[in-house]
Design a protein around this ligand. Structure first.
Ligand SMILES: [Zn+2]
Length: 458
């Protein structure tokens, strides 16, 4: 087991500007694959989930992992791959800026030949972070053509993504020291070689087929090396249900794109599957079994959501009711089925739920204060919240406290109850992203408590 260090020590907010959604959720199953052990999945089971954990992956790696004689991997959030050829090397994904330096030194220790091409599986920051570092004057930087707009979209919403990523991943917004460095690498990371559906090329003895496989993003690609039967799938596959919606915010991610793209990869008959997060899967039988189950889990959630929508069911009911059948249970340590249900529902239909009251600019929260007054004040609401919490319904308890906070935002008893509820939920959480947002709420409440405490003393 690895000692867990504070994520903020090695990574700063700027690195998370375009952070995507992923995690290394298992260690290598094949003993020949020498997994770096920077992540401890046991923590998930024990409730000690720390969202910064997945940023520690590969921190103990001392040498690049050899996949076969020409393919090497540096482990991180995410991984960097190198393919060695006689006509220069090919880098596939480049990790976060803060990890790229180490990845480059690990991979250069294997082979420090010229970099012919860098292939970016999609435009999230944990894949593009080291492009500027690896790039040489003649290097081709290859991406699917939709990446151009995808990068513009992320830049357009940069201010909000910084806030959301720092909340979800637990960073201090004041530590923005390297944001300038990250910004200046922005131009150098832009691709100079774009394709639409497919791009084939041969370097030395090695054949490369680059295929458009949209899923988590619409610029996603897969690199296929037919001679090695190796597929570099980027974020098309995780060992958890995927984030068909991610809490830090995203455009709709189309479930049916995942299905089509997974089918495209399965049809290639891969013997080596190389995701950008987590460890490789070896052997066509294993790959088929894992990817098929994963694909069918996505299809199931999609189909159940669509069925419920056509029956006129509301989104919250479907979020509560749709569960993966046992045979398709791929785990929810990273993505969560209920968020995906809502992502699919609102991806298809947008935000309006068909209730006339939802047409207007007043939120349900705008009448919380009235309701709390009617109920007889915040004390009564706290008491009911406590009752729900003791009965195991922490979400209802939290909702009541939200109402009480609307009436008395600085009430110590209200804030203390909120803190208590959030801590109970945090302890029970086995999902990295949920834990991140609960931690954020705990921190906010603690700050408010100490602030109102100070104010009272003055
Ligand atoms: Zn990623």
């Amino acid at each position: 087991m690895t000692t867990i260090r504070n994520g903020s020590r090695i990574l700063t907010v700027s690195m998370f500007l375009w952070l995507c959604t992923a995690s290394n959720l298992v260690t290598a199953e094949d003993p020949n694959l020498n997994a770096a052990d920077g992540y401890n999945p046991e923590a998930l089971k024990s409730g000690r989930v720390d969202p910064s954990l997945h940023l520690q992956q590969g921190s103990n790696q001392l040498e690049a992992q050899k996949i076969n004689p020409v393919i090497y991997k540096a482990t991180g959030f995410g991984n960097t791959f190198m393919v060695i050829t006689d006509e220069g090397n090919v880098i596939i994904d480049t990790s976060l800026p803060g990890m790229a330096v180490k990845h480059k030194s690990l991979l250069n220790a294997v082979n420090d030949g010229p970099i012919h091409s860098i292939i970016i599986t999609h435009g999230h920051g944990d894949h593009t972070g080291g492009v500027a570092l690896w790039r040489e004057p003649e290097t081709k930087v290859i991406a699917q053509q939709n990446m151009v707009e995808f990068l513009r979209y992320q830049k357009r919403l940069k201010g909000l993504f910084i806030q959301r990523n720092s909340a979800q991943f637990g960073f201090d917004l004041t530590s923005t020291s390297s944001s300038a460095a990250s910004e200046s690498s922005g131009v150098n990371m832009l691709p100079n070689t774009l394709f639409d559906k497919r791009l084939n090329f041969t370097l030395g003895q090695e054949k490369f087929e680059v295929l458009h496989t949209p899923a988590e993003t619409y610029d996603a690609l897969t690199v296929w090396m037919p001679e090695h039967k190796a597929a570099f799938v980027g974020d098309l596959f995780y060992r958890s249900f995927p984030n068909i919606y991610t809490l830090r915010g995203t455009k709709p991610r189309w479930a049916l794109d995942y299905i089509d793209s997974i089918n495209q990869v399965l049809a290639l008959g891969p013997e080596i599957l190389l995701p950008s997060h987590g460890e490789p899967i070896l052997g066509n039988e294993n790959i088929n079994a894992e990817m098929t189950r994963y694909r069918d889990a996505i299809q199931y959630v999609h189909d159940e959501t669509v069925k419920g929508m056509n029956e006129g069911r509301d989104v919250y009911s479907l979020m509560r009711e749709i569960k993966l059948p046992k045979a398709l249970d791929v785990g929810e340590a990273y993505g969560w089925v209920s968020w995906s249900v809502r992502g699919i529902y609102e991806g298809y239909m947008g935000w309006f739920d068909g209730d006339p009251v939802s047409m207007y600019a007043q939120s349900p929260q705008s009448i919380y204060a009235d309701l709390v007054t009617l109920a007889g004040g915040a004390e009564k609401v706290i008491s009911l919240a406590e009752q729900h919490l003791n009965e195991g319904d922490s979400v209802k308890a939290l909702l009541l406290i939200e109402a009480a906070m609307a009436t008395e935002p600085d009430n110590q008893a209200v804030l203390s109850m909120r803190l208590q509820i959030l801590r109970v939920m945090r302890k029970a959480s086995g999902n990295l992203n949920e834990s991140g947002w609960l931690n954020h709420g705990i921190k906010q409440t603690q700050q408010k408590l100490s602030f109102s405490d100070d104010t009272r003393r003055k």
